[in-house]
Design a protein around this ligand. Structure first.
Ligand code: SAH
Ligand code: DHB
Ligand code: MG
Length: 223
């Protein structure tokens, strides 16, 4: 089968169910004009995150890796009136671009953008006894995904949904001898999840307008 079909179908689905408005398309454009990489989730993946949020009644969401705020905008738009997102970004320029995009989308009151390394900020959130999050989206740098996952478990409650982007990496996870630190990072996460009794997890392969990849979908067990 022609793999072009995956992009065509992705566009078919997004034109029906995940059309971008100006704030979202301007956000994607801002990545090019401001020199950021095109690593945002796709429109359909943004819509998928919204569906997951609504399914789990998410009022409080944590995101690791903001980039230009594209996924953050999708997430914030699925929040209820009193909802809130904390999103963490290490790069000051990315954060500046994201702040502008979030303002353009009129979502600033719902989004707290924290600038710093996720591995520094997560322990602070835990020490501050931050109220548990209902949904958590891990999409920062890949090598410490296991550490991120273990930290966010301490910011979760039974029933919290944890989604991790880019865990298949065009199938490179099959290479047991990979020296690519991004691949090794997500391999470690996927293997850790196979042994983890605290969550029930699966991985969805993702195809479409982005590279062939996958997302972990995990829910914190209620026992
Ligand atoms: N979630 C975004 C894409 C994120 S791309 C979207 O879908 O729109 C990954 C982001 O993680 C980049 O902006 C990168 O600067 C950031 N990042 C990399 N290392 C990080 C770290 N240690 N802590 C926090 N953010 C980090
Ligand atoms: C990369 C990071 C991402 O978050 C993504 O969605 C795609 C690629 C990367 O660092 O290669
Ligand atoms: Mg990603």
């Amino acid at each position: 089968m022609d793999i072009e079909i995956f992009s065509k179908i992705d566009n078919y689905i997004s034109s029906l169910l995940a059309p971008e408005d100006k704030a979202l398309s301007d956000t994607i454009r801002s990545l090019d004009t401001e020199g950021l990489t095109q690593h945002s989730v796709s429109a359909n993946q943004g819509k998928f995150l919204q569906v997951m949020m609504i399914a789990c009644n998410a009022r409080r969401v944590l995101e690791l890796g903001t980039l230009g705020g594209y996924s953050t905008i999708w997430l914030a738009r699925a929040l209820p009136e009193n909802g809130k997102i904390i999103t963490i970004e290490v790069d000051e320029h990315h954060a500046k671009v994201a702040r502008k995009n979030i303002e353009n989308a009129h979502l600033s009151p719902k989004i707290e953008l924290k600038i710093g390394k996720a591995l520094d900020i997560l322990p602070v959130l835990i020490a501050d006894k931050e109220e548990p999050f209902d949904m958590i989206f891990i999409d920062a740098d890949k090598p410490p995904y296991v550490e991120y996952f273990n930290y966010v478990l301490e910011l979760a409650r039974p029933g919290t949904l944890i989604i991790c982007d880019n865990v298949i990496r065009e199938g490179k996870v099959l290479d047991e001898n990979s020296t690519d630190e991004k691949v090794r990072g997500v391999q470690r996460l996927n293997e850790m999840l196979s042994q983890n009794k605290k969550v029930t997890a699966t991985i969805l392969q993702t195809v479409g307008v982005k590279e062939f990849d996958g997302m972990v979908i995990a829910v914190v067990n209620r026992i």
